[in-house]
Ligand binder design. Structure first.
Ligand SMILES: [Zn+2]
Length: 63
């Protein structure tokens, strides 16, 4: 299970995963999330993708 924490703060920030993909995604800080074990803030879409990836990986690791 991936622990997701809502970002706090004023103004806007970029989604790390979107910007890694070359997509410039700026969101209000209150719409961004921090993921335990990951650096940076992520938009709701990317949080879903990361959770799916982490979930799939977890299932695989368990055999
Ligand atoms: Zn994103």
């Amino acid at each position: 299970m991936v622990k997701v924490i809502r970002c706090t703060g004023e103004g806007q920030g970029p989604c790390k995963r979107c910007s890694d993909k070359g997509k410039w995604n700026r969101n209000w800080m209150s719409f961004l999330y921090m993921i335990e074990g990951y650096e940076g803030c992520y938009c709701a879409e990317c949080v879903k993708e990361i959770q799916a990836e982490a979930g799939a990986k977890g299932v695989k690791e368990r055999g």
